[in-house]
Design a protein around this ligand. Structure first.
Ligand code: ADP
Ligand code: MG
Length: 238
Protein backbone atom coordinates (compact mmCIF):
# COMPACT_ATOMS: atom_id res chain seq x y z
CA UNK A 1 0.00 0.00 0.00
CA UNK A 2 1.37 3.38 -0.97
CA UNK A 3 1.90 5.60 2.04
CA UNK A 4 3.53 8.60 0.44
CA UNK A 5 3.84 9.82 -3.14
CA UNK A 6 5.75 12.69 -4.71
CA UNK A 7 4.38 13.72 -8.11
CA UNK A 8 6.54 16.02 -10.23
CA UNK A 9 7.64 17.82 -7.09
CA UNK A 10 9.52 21.05 -7.74
CA UNK A 11 11.21 23.47 -5.36
CA UNK A 12 12.40 26.93 -6.24
CA UNK A 13 14.26 29.37 -4.03
CA UNK A 14 13.65 32.65 -5.85
CA UNK A 15 14.46 31.93 -9.47
CA UNK A 16 16.69 28.94 -8.70
CA UNK A 17 15.10 25.53 -9.08
CA UNK A 18 16.75 23.11 -6.65
CA UNK A 19 14.28 20.19 -7.00
CA UNK A 20 13.46 19.61 -10.65
CA UNK A 21 10.48 17.30 -10.75
CA UNK A 22 10.79 14.34 -8.40
CA UNK A 23 8.48 11.32 -8.71
CA UNK A 24 8.55 8.69 -6.01
CA UNK A 25 6.14 6.29 -4.35
CA UNK A 26 6.92 4.89 -0.91
CA UNK A 27 5.05 1.94 0.57
CA UNK A 28 3.74 1.73 4.09
CA UNK A 29 6.47 0.46 6.39
CA UNK A 30 9.18 0.84 3.78
CA UNK A 31 12.66 2.07 4.78
CA UNK A 32 13.89 4.40 2.05
CA UNK A 33 17.35 5.98 2.15
CA UNK A 34 18.22 9.15 0.21
CA UNK A 35 21.86 9.55 -0.78
CA UNK A 36 23.59 12.08 -3.01
CA UNK A 37 26.23 14.81 -2.91
CA UNK A 38 26.01 17.81 -0.65
CA UNK A 39 23.59 20.38 -2.07
CA UNK A 40 21.63 17.93 -4.28
CA UNK A 41 18.40 18.62 -2.40
CA UNK A 42 18.05 15.82 0.16
CA UNK A 43 17.21 18.06 3.12
CA UNK A 44 14.94 20.24 1.00
CA UNK A 45 12.93 17.19 -0.05
CA UNK A 46 12.56 16.05 3.56
CA UNK A 47 11.58 19.53 4.68
CA UNK A 48 8.90 19.70 1.99
CA UNK A 49 7.55 16.31 3.03
CA UNK A 50 7.49 17.47 6.66
CA UNK A 51 5.80 20.74 5.70
CA UNK A 52 8.66 22.93 6.91
CA UNK A 53 9.19 24.26 3.41
CA UNK A 54 6.43 25.05 0.89
CA UNK A 55 6.30 23.04 -2.36
CA UNK A 56 6.71 25.16 -5.49
CA UNK A 57 5.14 22.68 -7.91
CA UNK A 58 3.71 19.18 -8.10
CA UNK A 59 1.97 17.22 -5.38
CA UNK A 60 2.82 15.57 -2.08
CA UNK A 61 0.30 12.83 -1.33
CA UNK A 62 0.00 10.92 1.94
CA UNK A 63 -2.52 8.08 2.13
CA UNK A 64 -4.32 9.36 -0.98
CA UNK A 65 -4.74 12.93 0.31
CA UNK A 66 -2.90 15.92 -1.19
CA UNK A 67 -0.81 17.39 1.62
CA UNK A 68 0.77 20.44 -0.08
CA UNK A 69 -1.03 22.92 2.15
CA UNK A 70 -1.58 20.82 5.26
CA UNK A 71 0.28 22.15 8.34
CA UNK A 72 3.22 20.05 9.61
CA UNK A 73 1.45 18.98 12.80
CA UNK A 74 -1.39 17.39 10.81
CA UNK A 75 0.71 15.26 8.48
CA UNK A 76 1.43 12.35 10.82
CA UNK A 77 5.14 12.92 10.30
CA UNK A 78 8.02 13.36 12.75
CA UNK A 79 11.50 14.51 11.77
CA UNK A 80 14.82 13.81 13.49
CA UNK A 81 17.64 16.21 12.73
CA UNK A 82 21.39 15.95 12.78
CA UNK A 83 21.66 18.60 15.48
CA UNK A 84 19.54 17.30 18.30
CA UNK A 85 18.07 20.70 19.29
CA UNK A 86 16.99 19.54 22.74
CA UNK A 87 15.66 22.10 25.21
CA UNK A 88 18.65 22.53 27.56
CA UNK A 89 16.65 23.62 30.61
CA UNK A 90 14.20 20.68 30.42
CA UNK A 91 14.70 17.14 31.68
CA UNK A 92 14.81 14.25 29.22
CA UNK A 93 11.24 13.37 30.22
CA UNK A 94 10.08 16.91 29.61
CA UNK A 95 11.93 17.12 26.30
CA UNK A 96 9.97 14.12 25.08
CA UNK A 97 6.68 15.16 26.71
CA UNK A 98 6.68 18.81 25.75
CA UNK A 99 5.23 18.52 22.24
CA UNK A 100 2.46 16.25 23.49
CA UNK A 101 1.62 18.65 26.33
CA UNK A 102 1.39 21.48 23.83
CA UNK A 103 -0.95 19.32 21.75
CA UNK A 104 -3.16 18.88 24.82
CA UNK A 105 -2.74 15.13 25.34
CA UNK A 106 -3.80 13.92 28.81
CA UNK A 107 -0.93 13.67 31.30
CA UNK A 108 -1.31 9.93 31.88
CA UNK A 109 -1.25 9.16 28.14
CA UNK A 110 1.89 11.26 27.80
CA UNK A 111 3.52 9.30 30.60
CA UNK A 112 2.70 5.97 28.94
CA UNK A 113 4.06 7.12 25.59
CA UNK A 114 7.28 8.58 27.03
CA UNK A 115 7.97 5.47 29.09
CA UNK A 116 7.35 3.22 26.11
CA UNK A 117 9.70 5.24 23.90
CA UNK A 118 12.31 5.37 26.67
CA UNK A 119 12.10 1.57 26.98
CA UNK A 120 12.60 1.06 23.26
CA UNK A 121 15.61 3.40 23.28
CA UNK A 122 16.97 2.15 26.61
CA UNK A 123 17.03 5.60 28.18
CA UNK A 124 14.52 4.96 30.99
CA UNK A 125 17.22 5.59 33.58
CA UNK A 126 17.95 9.04 32.13
CA UNK A 127 14.50 10.61 32.26
CA UNK A 128 15.34 13.04 35.10
CA UNK A 129 18.59 14.27 33.60
CA UNK A 130 19.19 17.46 31.69
CA UNK A 131 20.64 17.23 28.17
CA UNK A 132 24.02 18.59 29.26
CA UNK A 133 24.45 15.55 31.50
CA UNK A 134 24.10 13.19 28.52
CA UNK A 135 26.55 11.85 25.97
CA UNK A 136 26.09 12.64 22.29
CA UNK A 137 24.61 9.21 21.64
CA UNK A 138 22.17 9.57 24.52
CA UNK A 139 21.09 12.99 23.26
CA UNK A 140 20.42 11.60 19.84
CA UNK A 141 18.27 8.90 21.42
CA UNK A 142 16.24 11.54 23.20
CA UNK A 143 15.76 13.32 19.87
CA UNK A 144 14.55 10.05 18.34
CA UNK A 145 12.35 9.50 21.41
CA UNK A 146 10.77 12.88 20.86
CA UNK A 147 9.75 11.69 17.41
CA UNK A 148 8.52 8.28 18.62
CA UNK A 149 6.14 9.67 21.25
CA UNK A 150 4.24 11.48 18.54
CA UNK A 151 3.41 8.07 17.05
CA UNK A 152 3.89 9.27 13.49
CA UNK A 153 3.13 7.04 10.53
CA UNK A 154 6.21 8.46 8.78
CA UNK A 155 9.65 9.19 10.28
CA UNK A 156 12.10 11.48 8.52
CA UNK A 157 15.77 11.34 9.51
CA UNK A 158 18.19 13.95 8.19
CA UNK A 159 21.71 12.58 8.68
CA UNK A 160 20.86 11.71 12.28
CA UNK A 161 24.17 10.04 13.09
CA UNK A 162 26.68 12.37 11.48
CA UNK A 163 27.58 14.06 14.78
CA UNK A 164 28.40 10.77 16.48
CA UNK A 165 31.73 8.98 16.62
CA UNK A 166 32.17 5.80 14.58
CA UNK A 167 31.34 3.32 17.33
CA UNK A 168 28.21 5.15 18.39
CA UNK A 169 27.14 5.49 14.80
CA UNK A 170 27.12 1.74 14.40
CA UNK A 171 25.30 1.27 17.69
CA UNK A 172 22.63 3.85 16.91
CA UNK A 173 22.22 2.52 13.39
CA UNK A 174 21.42 -0.89 14.81
CA UNK A 175 18.93 0.75 17.19
CA UNK A 176 17.20 2.50 14.32
CA UNK A 177 16.93 -0.76 12.39
CA UNK A 178 15.44 -2.37 15.50
CA UNK A 179 13.03 0.50 15.95
CA UNK A 180 11.87 0.12 12.37
CA UNK A 181 11.25 -3.58 12.91
CA UNK A 182 9.37 -2.97 16.14
CA UNK A 183 7.04 -0.20 15.11
CA UNK A 184 6.83 -0.82 11.38
CA UNK A 185 6.47 2.86 10.46
CA UNK A 186 7.55 4.25 7.11
CA UNK A 187 11.04 5.74 7.35
CA UNK A 188 12.88 8.10 5.03
CA UNK A 189 16.51 8.48 5.98
CA UNK A 190 19.15 10.80 4.55
CA UNK A 191 22.79 9.83 4.86
CA UNK A 192 26.09 10.12 3.05
CA UNK A 193 27.34 6.94 4.70
CA UNK A 194 27.37 4.03 2.28
CA UNK A 195 27.24 1.40 5.00
CA UNK A 196 24.21 3.03 6.62
CA UNK A 197 22.46 3.13 3.27
CA UNK A 198 23.28 -0.49 2.40
CA UNK A 199 22.31 -1.92 5.78
CA UNK A 200 19.20 0.11 6.59
CA UNK A 201 17.47 0.54 3.25
CA UNK A 202 14.74 -1.50 1.64
CA UNK A 203 15.31 0.90 -1.23
CA UNK A 204 17.96 3.51 -1.96
CA UNK A 205 17.18 6.71 -3.86
CA UNK A 206 20.21 8.42 -5.40
CA UNK A 207 19.72 12.14 -5.94
CA UNK A 208 21.81 14.41 -8.09
CA UNK A 209 21.18 18.14 -8.60
CA UNK A 210 17.50 17.96 -7.76
CA UNK A 211 16.52 14.84 -9.66
CA UNK A 212 16.40 11.11 -8.89
CA UNK A 213 19.31 9.56 -10.71
CA UNK A 214 18.56 5.94 -9.78
CA UNK A 215 16.40 4.13 -7.30
CA UNK A 216 16.37 0.49 -6.31
CA UNK A 217 17.18 -2.21 -3.80
CA UNK A 218 20.62 -1.82 -2.20
CA UNK A 219 22.18 -4.90 -3.77
CA UNK A 220 20.79 -4.09 -7.21
CA UNK A 221 22.34 -0.63 -7.07
CA UNK A 222 25.54 -2.02 -5.67
CA UNK A 223 25.87 -4.66 -8.36
CA UNK A 224 24.40 -2.69 -11.25
CA UNK A 225 24.99 1.03 -10.79
CA UNK A 226 23.54 2.86 -13.81
CA UNK A 227 26.68 4.97 -14.21
CA UNK A 228 29.94 6.03 -12.61
CA UNK A 229 28.23 8.63 -10.47
CA UNK A 230 26.02 6.01 -8.81
CA UNK A 231 28.97 3.66 -8.51
CA UNK A 232 30.82 6.40 -6.66
CA UNK A 233 28.10 6.48 -4.03
CA UNK A 234 27.04 2.90 -3.53
CA UNK A 235 28.33 0.75 -6.31
CA UNK A 236 31.15 -1.71 -6.12
CA UNK A 237 34.37 -0.15 -7.38
CA UNK A 238 34.93 -0.82 -11.10
P1 ADP B 1 21.50 18.55 0.73
O1 ADP B 1 20.69 18.33 1.94
O2 ADP B 1 21.38 17.46 -0.28
O3 ADP B 1 22.93 18.84 1.04
P2 ADP B 1 19.88 20.93 0.46
O4 ADP B 1 18.51 20.39 0.30
O5 ADP B 1 20.25 21.48 1.77
O6 ADP B 1 20.93 19.86 -0.03
O7 ADP B 1 20.08 22.09 -0.61
C1 ADP B 1 19.73 21.95 -1.97
C2 ADP B 1 20.02 23.25 -2.69
O8 ADP B 1 19.10 24.24 -2.27
C3 ADP B 1 21.40 23.82 -2.42
O9 ADP B 1 21.89 24.39 -3.59
C4 ADP B 1 21.15 24.87 -1.37
O10 ADP B 1 22.10 25.88 -1.44
C5 ADP B 1 19.78 25.39 -1.75
N1 ADP B 1 19.01 25.86 -0.60
C6 ADP B 1 18.62 25.14 0.48
N2 ADP B 1 17.91 25.88 1.34
C7 ADP B 1 17.83 27.12 0.79
C8 ADP B 1 17.22 28.36 1.18
N3 ADP B 1 16.51 28.45 2.31
N4 ADP B 1 17.37 29.42 0.36
C9 ADP B 1 18.05 29.33 -0.80
N5 ADP B 1 18.64 28.20 -1.24
C10 ADP B 1 18.54 27.11 -0.46
MG1 MG C 1 21.22 18.22 3.97
Amino acid sequence: MINLALKDVVKRFGSIEVINGVNLEINKGEFVVFVGPSGCGKSTLLRMIAGLEPISGGELIIDDAVMNNVPPSERGIAMVFQSYALYPHMSVYKNMAFGLETAGLPRKDIKVRVQKAADILQISHLLDRKPKALSGGQRQRVAIGRAIVREPSIFLFDEPLSNLDAELRVQTRVEIAKLHKEIGATMIYVTHDQVEAMTLADRIVVLRSGIIEQCGRPLDLYNKPANRFIAGFIGSPK
